[in-house]
Design a protein around this ligand. Sequence first.
Ligand code: C2E
Ligand code: MG
Ligand code: MG
Length: 750
Amino acid sequence: MRNRNDTAAVRRGPGDALRLSEERLKTMIELSGEWYWEQDENYRFTLIIGAGSAQTGIDPQQYLKQYLGTQRWDHDAVPVGDDGSWDRHKAQLEARQPFADLVFRRVDAQGEMRYVSTSGQPVFDGKRFTGYRGIAKDVTASMRAEQLLRLEHMVARCVAGAESAAAALKEVIRSICETQGWECGRYFGQDDKATVLVMNEFWHVPSPGLDRFIEKSREITYATGVGLVGQVWQSAQPLWVTDIGKDSRIRMGVARDAGMHGTFLFPVMSEGRPTGVLSFHSRKVREPDERLLQAVGVIGSQIGQFLQRKQAEDQIQYLATHDGLTSLPNRVMFSQLLNLAIQSARRYTRNFAVLFIDLDRFKLINDTLGHEAGDKLLQEIATRFTGCLRESDVVARLGGDEFVVLVQEVSEAEHVATVARKLLSAAIKPVVLAGQECRVTASIGICLYPADAQDEQSLMKHADIAMYLAKEEGKNNFQFYSEDIKVQSLERLTLETSLRRALERDEFFLHYQAKLDLRTGQITGVEALLRWQHPDLGMVSPVQFIPIAEETGLIVPIGRWVLQTACAQNVAWQREGLPPVCMAVNLSARQFADEDLLKDIAAALEQSGMRPELLELELTESMVMQSPERVTRLLAAIKQMGVRIAIDDFGVGYSSLAQIKRFPIDTLKVDRSFIRDLAGNAEDRAITEAIIAMGKTLSLTVVAEGVETQEQQTFLLNHACDAMQGYYFSRPVPQEEFASFLRQHLASSR
Ligand code: C2E
Ligand code: MG
Ligand code: MG
């Protein structure tokens, strides 16, 4: 019995059965979108059925013509994976093994990149290998989709893992170029004012021609609507140009001049607005890739979001590395820049200098004119300093009134000295603060790399040490670091520590120096001078420790002690039966700025019971010149108490008598530097004469300081100077010595 099928087969005959199975195969292949192939023993295609179907849009005849007789690896085909090498596949074939889903790519006759996936088996005739047969399909669409998805992920990864916006952009550009086959990519971001686009980042395959192209690109800015970049910025839409060499929209341009053809641009979007443009070029003509055009919508906004978050982070980063008041780099950033300078100086055997700058008496301005004035001054100084330096140099604010400058590539010390001089003269130019014209000076310490120090810490420390020397040398000057100063500054450090304990330990005492009234020959006054008996160092001069006490603020309690002790001593002498003498007490700037000063004076007078008119406070010119309004009030209050006021070291500051006369001053003490050279220096004689004469017209008592010789005394006497003080008449001495000196003097002058 035959079943129905058998009947049919028989009815159609054996030729029919073959045709039927061929038809079935054809249908299957057509429906699956795959094609069937056979190869000979040399892996040359001998048969291809079904390739180039409607799905791929390729003409079947053309396909056959192109591939029959060739091998799989001809036509520049490249396997995906295996590092693009056919070796593994060839080994499989040589071993006559079957293979499945081998994917490779090649550019088809239309110039399109196509991906093919194929599987095959060896064919044997008996035991003889005759070739391979198998199936293949075009997987371009799914590969592109997968690739674009990967690209999206890759962009996401790039931006998430990047250290900076710049690094992220570079990575994104590189990945797009590499995966999409572009030779060069550029990112155009908005300039500071967001008015034009400028190239911020780029990547290109290594090529000198492209280097030049990038260099040229740096010089161009795109306004909205201008050039392809400007058009994309304006339209917020991607743009594909198959060949910029033939596009009527492009008449000129660096990309075209660089031999570019295929071009693709898309906007970077943030909050729905285009904020930048990415542009890619290829030397090949390229047909639009619709899927890439679609994918960049996501990519563009991913990048945009990232850049916007960065920007925010940039802002944070900026705040963390810059000084809020002056916008200069701060300590953190300076440290980074300094380390970079060290590295590159080391590599290229270069020199540089670190300059430590501290404003002199800044505290006084802050205290007397207020913080706003102080802030304004710092801003002004920051601008001036920046203006003195080259682009490559760095000026940073370390805090307070401390600045630091990095001067790059200094061939000789004299060059740094020139920079330091410039900075000093920039500082000293007048500045109007709180309605008043003020001048500040600066002290600068210089440390040279590599001569003085080679690492960050030592460079900073040594510059700082040199700066202290500049302060000690009288401020408004600069000093180079040397090993000698280091020793001095170590001494200073020990001084500072022990100075803190000196008050508690009762290590201070006063010496008294008599003042002689030149007209009457009487001792009419005495100056209290502070002395410090250090347990190890012995007697330390006030010239050494007063500046330290001043800086550290210790001068306030120390000065209070001086005031109390001097007043108490004055009263004690009178109790001993000595005639009353005027007691001069020195005040330092810090004390003068201290708001408790009036209270301290009142307390000293009250506790001792001393007559206020016997107390004379010695101030320096600069103290009264700093903030005239406050000083006027303060001096009036002191006068109100009945206390006298003297200007100490007169003539060395920059005040004039005309300015001084605004204040209720009683005494002028001519600085001893004028007295010292009276005999030899005509100018000093003239100045001293003038001060005495003008002091007289202002009804001031004029006292000459530092009189050491008979000659000097005679000169002063002849020019009607009121009084003198100096070693010639008496050195500063302990209280009991002064008491007996006064007693003797009284006896001899009777
Ligand atoms: P000054 O107020 O101008 O004091 C005069 C200085 O000149 C004293 O130095 C004194 O010893 C010195 N001197 C006096 N006669 C001669 C002389 O004939 N030749 C020379 N070469 N020098 C003479 P000293 O005691 O070392 O004080 C130096 C400075 O220290 C003082 O200058 C003053 O500015 C400061 N000072 C001293 N005691 C105090 C104090 O109690 N408080 C404050 N704030 N400063 C003080
Ligand atoms: Mg004095
Ligand atoms: Mg003096």
